[in-house]
Design a protein around this ligand. Structure first.
Ligand SMILES: NC(=[NH2+])NCCC[C@H](N)C(=O)O
Length: 412
């Protein structure tokens, strides 16, 4: 049987194909002044970040996964048809605020001189204001905050977190309208790959595209099984997006999803996505950061199911473990606390993505080596842990699940 273009019906099925992006110049094109806006907490050392990412990718390949790189796929698409390349560049410049005028023309001409590979690399890395000569007659570019930005086109340092610009679910995906400007261009690459690359064109469902004005990011989108999703209501995903996605999935005859568990989490940078505080590591085992529950262990949770005439029924819950048992029909389950729930270790390891595990098969995960307390606890709960090196990668505030977008998992 041919490999599926996209087939992801769980968080834990054996990982067969995964989408990655190797960190490039973009992670060093961050400055102290732009770090916060670009969603980083420090400036990684590129050479080491690349070595760490190569180690991560090799770990996945050594365990049976095919690794695809989004920039390679984008080059395949943009290189084969000048009209597609033209439309992509025009859209990219328009979304960056250069729809027309001298800056648009200068940037377009500058990019024309690049090979497709070099153009894609350059777009990820960013284009500096002083990289080429042109007579700029735009007040917008010459005065105010934008003039202080050393880049005409911002670098995309978060691109190695391929979890977020899209989310595979079933035989399709969401292509996401991301929350912050710093990340929005990332999903344009996804859109073109899914629409034009022969591996995906005409073979995948787009459950929600990036042209909505409400925000959603893949770190919030968890595929609990072939008909149940958990989606975080978070700093990065709005309840409106979740409602819109649920209605589409419930009405689309090609979707098997009939239950969405909306889980409200604190809205802050450390816990920007649900997968920074909660992941599924086995049929009945989960990691969870205790700081997302109140003193009584409660949260704000809604089970969403199809109602009459295309509406969505809501059932309110407050206990995460009980809700998971209910929707997954589990008699028992095991919630493995980040950092053993210790008041110092738990927040430290959550900050460095101790709960952001990537499950590569039921009961088998990839984690950051720096989260040694969480890793030891996972092993004590019978989980097989592959540790990857992480000192530079973790400065971007994302872990192994963030750095990976499954395209095919074996069914469980
Ligand atoms: N799925 C995730 N937890 N992704 C982490 C993304 C980190 C990135 N710096 C951002 O703020 O967007």
């Amino acid at each position: 049987m041919k490999d599926p273009a996209i087939k992801v019906n769980s968080e834990i099925g054996k990982l067969k194909t995964v989408l990655l992006k190797r960190p490039g110049e973009e992670v060093e094109n961050i400055t102290p002044d732009t770090m916060e806006r670009l969603l980083f907490d420090d400036i990684p050392f590129l050479e080491i970040a690349q070595k760490e990412h190569d180690f991560f990718a090799q770990t996945l390949r050594d365990n049976g996964a095919e690794t695809l790189y989004i920039d390679d796929l984008a080059v395949d698409v943009l290189d084969k048809d000048n009209a597609i390349r033209h439309k992509f560049v025009e859209t990219y410049l328009d979304e960056a605020g250069y729809g027309l005028g001298t800056t648009h023309d200068a940037l377009y001409e500058y990019l024309q001189d690049f090979s497709t590979r070099d153009m894609v690399t350059k777009l990820y890395a960013g284009i500096r204001r002083n990289e080429f000569d042109f007579s700029n007659d735009s007040l917008h570019d010459l005065a105010g905050r934008d003039a202080a930005n050393p880049f005409l086109l911002d670098p995309l340092p978060n691109a190695y977190f391929t979890r977020d610009p899209q989310a595979s679910m079933g035989h399709g995906l969401t292509i996401n309208h991301m929350t912050f400007k710093a990340r929005r261009p990332e999903s344009l690459f996804t859109e073109y790959v899914m629409q034009y690359h022969p591996r995906f064109a005409g073979k995948v469902n787009v459950w929600r595209d990036r042209n909505h004005d409400t925000r959603i990011e893949g770190g919030d989108e968890l595929i609990l099984n072939d008909h149940v999703l958990a989606i975080g209501v978070s700093e990065r995903t709005s309840s409106k997006s979740i409602e819109g996605l649920a209605k589409e999935l419930f009405k689309n005859s090609e979707s098997n999803f009939d239950t969405v568990v909306a889980v409200e989490i604190p809205h802050n940078h450390a816990m920007m996505h649900l997968d920074t505080v909660f992941t599924m590591v086995n049929y009945d085992q989960f990691t969870v950061f205790p700081g997302i529950m109140n003193d009584e262990g409660h949260m704000n949770i809604f089970i969403m199911t199809p109602g009459a005439n295309g509406t969505v029924k809501l059932a309110h819950r407050t206990d995460l473990a009980a809700t998971l048992k209910e929707v997954l029909h589990l008699s028992e389950l095991d919630m493995i606390m980040t950092g053993s729930g210790d008041e110092i270790v738990a927040p430290r390891e959550q900050w460095n993505d101790g709960s952001n595990t990537l499950t590569i098969a039921p009961g088998e995960v990839v984690t950051y080596n720096r989260n040694y307390v969480s890793n030891e606890l996972l092993r004590r709960h019978g989980i097989r842990v592959h540790e990857v090196i992480s000192s530079e990668l973790s400065r971007g505030r994302g872990g192994p699940r963030c750095m990976s977008q499954p395209l095919w998992r074996e069914d469980i």
